[in-house]
Ligand binder design. Structure first.
Ligand SMILES: [Zn+2]
Length: 261
């Protein structure tokens, strides 16, 4: 479909079928890395996942539901089999995070034991109905991250949520590690925009008003850094929720949409 948007004609394909489109895209990303990324305007309204994906997502969702701890797994791509691979057993994190050390152990294991060469992203779970945190999305924007991520998936009890890098994505760094000051700025800025702040004892983040909502942070970061953002119900297609319109106009509409379904 071609649609007029802000004076620009932009292509908006309706759906990427798994077999013909999404898998091919992953193959390209596996081979070319960031150079294979699509323009944000080319990301479709819907993305189909296949049963391998849904099984991996559902299994991790179930594990987190069982003990309240987050789970973590790499999304890798096997060029010979032309298929995505997910770990049989996902890595267990803490109730509210997956420690950095746990992630780097997982990456080492993938390289050494499983001989995985092409990591395209990561999946993790949240035990509560909450979208990506600032740190989750920060990882996707880090050019020097290990692994360097092109997509990030998240499951909650009711949703699958995905963020994809695009050709236009603005990373937080290109040549050197970001400073602690920048990380703190990023964290504080986006939490504030979403209506959250650190609790007095700094142990958790708390909403400042009735309008506090973590989705605002997800929309804001996606817009600012040009990430393609999707959500879908378990076993269903991912549906596009990012937009190229200025966030102040659409946040309330988007929020309504997201909370409705
Ligand atoms: Zn998270």
């Amino acid at each position: 479909m071609v649609e007029e948007s802000g004076g620009l004609i932009r292509e908006q394909p309706q759906r990427w079928d798994y077999e013909t489109r999404f898998r091919e895209y992953a193959l390209l990303l596996g081979r070319k890395g960031k150079d294979g990324l699509e323009s944000i305007n080319k990301y479709p309204e819907k993305i189909e996942l296949n049963s391998v994906w849904h099984q991996a997502l559902d299994r991790m969702r179930g594990e987190t539901k069982g003990d309240g701890h987050e789970r973590y797994g790499l999304i890798s791509y096997d060029e010979n089999a032309r298929e995505f691979c997910f770990p049989e057993i996902s890595t267990k994190g803490e109730p509210d995070s997956v420690p950095v050390q746990v992630i780097s152990d997982e990456v080492e294991r993938a390289k050494d034991e499983l001989k995985i060469t092409s990591v395209v992203g990561e999946i993790h779970t949240h035990p509560i109905e909450r979208p990506f945190s600032d740190n989750d999305l920060l990882r996707l924007l880090d050019d020097l991250g290990k692994p360097s991520l092109l997509m990030s998936g998240l499951t909650t009890d009711k949703l699958n949520i995905f963020a994809f890098r695009t050709r236009e994505t603005i990373p937080i760094n290109k040549f050197s590690n970001v400073t602690k000051e920048y990380l703190r700025f990023f964290e504080t800025y986006w939490r504030k925009r979403a209506g959250f702040k650190l609790s007095k004892d700094s142990s958790e983040i708390v909403g400042e008003s009735l309008f506090s909502n973590m989705w605002k942070m997800n929309f804001g970061i996606a817009e600012k850094h040009h990430l393609a953002l999707y959500k879908g119900k378990p076993k269903e297609d991912l549906v596009r929720i990012h937009t190229d319109k200025p966030q102040m106009w659409i946040w309330s509409d988007l929020l309504g949409e997201v909370l409705k379904g």
